[in-house]
Design a protein around this ligand. Structure first.
Ligand SMILES: Nc1nc2c(c(=O)[nH]1)N[C@H]1C(S)=C(S)[C@@H](COP(=O)(O)O)O[C@H]1N2
Ligand SMILES: [Mo]
Length: 348
């Protein structure tokens, strides 16, 4: 069998190394911010300030993930002639190296595809997304470190200035196209979290200016009883009693793990005025069996003056979908932990 010969500039190792370096940066950012997001949802120490920190880290997570998609495709395009190299396996280390690349590519595709679907709020699979996405991230990182370690000498050599002007120019053209495609992908989606990009982000979720609803009261099966009262430790309050208490107004974002985020103005009662938080506070909702029906508010957050049991959103009474009669809003906390339809607070 005669094997094809590949001479296109895109297949030059200089191109592969450069795109690989960019991809290394976006993967690195994506991994670190993903790790932080996992941590904050698993009781790792997490500060209450800056209030927008999670909004930024999760925005970077989704944006670097989106940027990685065209970069990974360009990188694979650049190296696919290697599939035609013979002999298939030259030695044991060579076999291991090729095997690790197979794992790396498969795991990377899995992460980028599931992440993209997640950002689009689409879950066409039966596994539990956060656990699987998190576990496979470690496979990517492990395989990536092996890959980089093996390739370092080649990367070094290939990034040195190349010889002929003409091929250098066409290599640059491929790199420019890759960069441009990546830029378009980022701009088309980053508006989910970067307010001034909202208008140009054609693929991004777009609101009518209001705060999006993640899970509606109907979907959550929430019915507020006529005689609803908030239980807070040993005390209890009717809605009218909560409304009669001193009200605080704060401007805080909902920063969803799915990548979108938006600021809003919240008015309500400070959690610290409702319960003496000598420890973490368990926040339960009226939802019977949703995955996010209850959360634990660490003590520092429960005592924070910006942490409210919100009764109003942007000047109006909370709508059922945003958590009527009351919902938790705290600084620097993922949206998934900003419990709606709160019915009890209890110190753990
Ligand atoms: N009880 C309850 N609270 C919840 C949820 C939920 O499913 N059940 N979803 C959370 C998620 S994932 C997000 S992003 C925010 C969104 O708040 P919003 O719908 O008011 O914008 O609510 C959070 N609070
Ligand atoms: Mo969310």
């Amino acid at each position: 069998m005669k094997l094809p010969v590949f001479r296109a500039p895109a297949h030059h190792t200089g191109v592969t190394s450069r795109v690989g370096t960019w991809l290394g940066i976006t993967f690195g950012l994506c991994f670190v911010t993903g790790l932080l997001s996992h941590g904050v949802q698993h009781d790792w120490p997490w500060p209450t300030r800056p209030v927008d920190l999670y909004r930024v880290t999760q925005g970077v997570h989704v944006i670097s993930g989106v940027a990685s998609i065209p970069l990974l495709l360009a990188k694979l395009w650049s190296v696919y002639p290697k599939l035609f190299e013979r002999p298939l396996v030259r030695s044991v280390p060579h076999a291991l190296e090729r095997g690790s690349i197979l794992v790396l590519v498969a795991a990377s595709f899995f992460e980028l595809a599931t992440g993209l679907f997640n950002a689009a709020q689409n879950y066409p699979w039966s596994f539990y997304f956060p656990t699987t996405h998190y576990a496979v991230a470690w496979i990517v990182v492990g395989a990536l470190l092996v890959h980089i370690a093996v390739k370092i000498p080649r990367i070094r050599r290939s990034l040195e200035p190349a010889s002929t002007e003409k091929t250098v120019l066409s290599r640059r053209a491929f790199l420019r196209t890759t960069a441009l495609t990546t830029g378009v992908a980022v701009v088309a989606t980053a508006g989910v979290t970067v307010p001034w990009l909202r208008k140009v982000s054609v693929l991004a979720w777009r609101s009518d200016g209001g705060l999006p609803v993640n899970r509606t009261a109907k979907a959550a099966n929430v019915v507020v009883p006529q005689d609803w009262r908030l239980r807070a430790g040993t005390k209890s309050y009717s809605l009218a009693e909560l409304q009669a208490m001193p009200q605080t107004t704060v401007e805080l974002p909902i920063a969803c793990v799915e990548g979108w985020s938006q600021n809003a103005t919240w008015t309500g009662v400070r959690i610290s005025e409702l319960i003496d938080a000598q420890g973490d506070v368990r926040v339960e909702s009226l939802e019977k069996d949703g995955l996010y029906r209850a959360t634990t508010l660490p003590e520092a957050f429960a005592r924070d003056p910006l942490t409210l049991l919100a009764l109003r959103l942007n000047g109006e009474e909370l709508s059922p979908d945003h958590g009527y009669p009351c919902r938790l809003i705290a600084p620097n906390r993922p949206g998934v932990l900003q419990t709606k339809w709160v019915t009890s607070l209890e110190v753990r």
